[in-house]
Design a protein around this ligand. Sequence first.
Ligand SMILES: Nc1ncnc2c1ncn2[C@@H]1O[C@H](COP(=O)(O)OP(=O)(O)O)[C@@H](O)[C@H]1O
Ligand SMILES: [Mg+2]
Length: 269
Amino acid sequence: MDDIISLNNIDYSYYGKIPALKNVNLSVKKGEMFSIIGLNGSGKSTLLHIINGLIFPDSGEVLFDGNPVTEKSLHDKNSRMQLRQRMSYIFQNPDIQLFCPTVLDELLFGPLQLSIPFETAQERAEQTLSYLGIGFLKDRPVYMLSGGEKKKVAIASVLTMNPDILLIDEPLSSLDPKTQTFFIELLLELNHAGKTIIFTTHHLDLIDHLQPRVAVLSEEHTIRKTGTASEILGDEEFLISVNLIHEHTHKHGNEEHKHYHTHYVFHKH
Ligand SMILES: Nc1ncnc2c1ncn2[C@@H]1O[C@H](COP(=O)(O)OP(=O)(O)O)[C@@H](O)[C@H]1O
Ligand SMILES: [Mg+2]
């Protein structure tokens, strides 16, 4: 009963006609690292939106710490504050998330919205800037940052709220390999520090690195399988059936090899 999030029989379609999720059931435990994997368009981002109470399912039930999350429940200021205080969403595209004049303003915005005293907010901002190694960006306007820097600022602006639960959509998207490694380490550290982390990806090697529990969304928008990282990665037949890996033939000199690989990740032969 230490589920922090449960989704029961969730259906969602955009404008009542574009299906995005069908009969989705899942539960995430406190402190767990949990991943939703699937191809583009399978419904991963929609699922995170629903968990975060940004949109509401056509049918089914969302529970946060045992309490229903509905349009009505979020009209109540206390329930809304509980959710917003404890759960933060890092969007795939940091441009959607960042809107303040400077990096420092960006980091102060969340805590001040949550009525945290200014001095405390400032302390948190300083600590977070130094933790992420971006103190030198403090006074920069956000539009003068690189993609990787923007992503760091987006993460920093969420960490200053000190949420228990982090929802992260495609954590590695548009990052160079060095910044990707940085984020992988950061996610592990945050999880070791007790945070519940729910992220989406189509990178199977990220699953291999982080070893989360995994739910696989199919192109039909249903959860086809839930299991440990090794249960999912070890089931080649299943991964082929949901198009997450495919058979691939290539030549080494004159010798022909056949093996499986993912669609997305550059791989060595
Ligand atoms: N704002 C939107 N309006 C209409 N359809 C959308 C919208 N966002 C997503 N969809 C559709 O919903 C389905 C699931 O999308 P999404 O949750 O973004 O998938 P993923 O994140 O796995 O790529 C797709 O068919 C997509 O085209
Ligand atoms: Mg998406």
